[in-house]
Ligand binder design. Structure first.
Ligand SMILES: Cc1cc2nc3c(=O)[nH]c(=O)nc-3n(C[C@H](O)[C@H](O)[C@H](O)COP(=O)(O)OP(=O)(O)OC[C@H]3O[C@@H](n4cnc5c(N)ncnc54)[C@H](O)[C@@H]3O)c2cc1C
Length: 285
């Protein structure tokens, strides 16, 4: 289908972009890479009267790595992350997850800000941002604010963003050198959205026991979530076969799963347990 009739603007400053979004009473939409929004327009799942193109906004394409953590401008594309050699050590979990995002044509255009704003429950990076206790910096007509990832995602395709707000940056806390991590995904084909995925990490105390375990599940419920019950299984224990089996069991028992055309809820719960099991087995410093 062709797009619905709409107007188009390509502002060069953030304040102009925010003012344009605010000018239509919720009927204007930002466009970044267009890889999710264009299909939604074509299928009439969204029908804004104005598209506000973010591609000329300054300072939103940079990846900053420092001792405090990582700052990804909202217009950073999947390909930029893939190519950035610093991230291999500065955030291996992010890099591993991006390798599963879409196909290379889409990775050349799709942006991290667009993915976080779109909030597809099966998208990899919202899950990584939640797992890592990331932050989302946004600017709107009433100023700038920083939203914790756990408060940002409110359900499938639903976030805490106001209609006049633009995501400017995604922030991830610093990644210690010896952290153990794993990312495992099950999708029908490589590059498809996850049917279920697990993103996790843990640190180790002097005795080799896991501390600070973070376990996130993607594509199973209506939004990415951490699983505190599974983290409690890992913290204070050696990550051996017995602990991994217990973590997988608790994942399947506690995860909130949804049914859709691809899978039943019980299948997704079982798959989530398997993803956690495999992610723990592959976790390496
Ligand atoms: C065939 C196909 C397969 C795909 N597979 C995957 C996959 O496996 N995993 C995955 O994660 N994604 C996948 N995607 C989606 C892809 O990663 C998109 O790039 C991404 O979800 C959206 O990024 P975008 O820059 O294209 O955003 P757009 O499509 O431009 O925008 C998406 C939404 O975000 C809003 N938005 C965009 N930027 C901002 C901003 N800075 N501030 C506020 N709102 C903003 C828009 O208004 C819109 O509502 C796939 C897409 C296609 C077409």
């Amino acid at each position: 289908m062709k797009l619905p009739p709409l107007e188009y603007a390509c502002p060069t400053t953030l304040s102009e972009a925010v003012a344009l979004l605010a000018s239509r009473d919720g009927e204007a939409k930002a466009i970044a890479g267009g890889q999710s929004l264009m299909p939604m327009l074509a299928f009439r799942l969204a029908a804004p009267t104005l598209l506000v193109d973010l591609r000329k906004l300054p300072d939103m394409r940079e990846i900053k790595v420092s001792a405090e953590g990582i700052r990804l401008g909202a217009m950073v594309r999947w390909r930029d992350i893939e190519k950035d050699a610093r991230l291999t050590s500065a955030h291996p979990l992010l890099k591993a997850a991006v390798a599963h995002v879409a196909h290379y044509q889409i990775r050349n255009r799709g942006t991290i800000g667009g993915s976080v704003a779109h909030a597809d429950p099966a998208a990899e990076i919202p899950g990584v941002v939640v797992t890592c206790d990331g932050e989302i910096a946004v600017t709107g007509t009433s100023g700038s604010r920083v939203i914790q990832a756990a408060d940002f995602f409110r359900g499938a395709l639903t976030t805490a963003l106001e209609p006049d707000e633009i995501i400017t940056e995604i922030r991830l806390p610093a990644w210690p050198a010896r952290r153990s991590w794993g990312f495992q995904e099950f999708a029908r084909r490589r590059g498809d959205f996850a049917m279920a995925a697990a993103a996790l990490f843990y640190d180790q105390d002097a005795g080799g026991k896991a501390t600070n375990a973070h376990v996130g599940i993607i594509g199973v419920g209506d939004q990415p979530r951490r699983l505190p019950e599974v983290e409690a299984v890992l913290n204070g224990r050696t990550i051996d076969e017995e602990t991994i089996a217990r973590a997988a069991e608790v994942t399947s028992a506690t995860v909130d799963a949804q049914e859709d055309i691809h899978a039943t809820a019980p299948y997704r719960r079982a798959l989530a347990g398997t993803m956690v099991e495999r992610a723990l087995q592959s976790a390496c410093p």
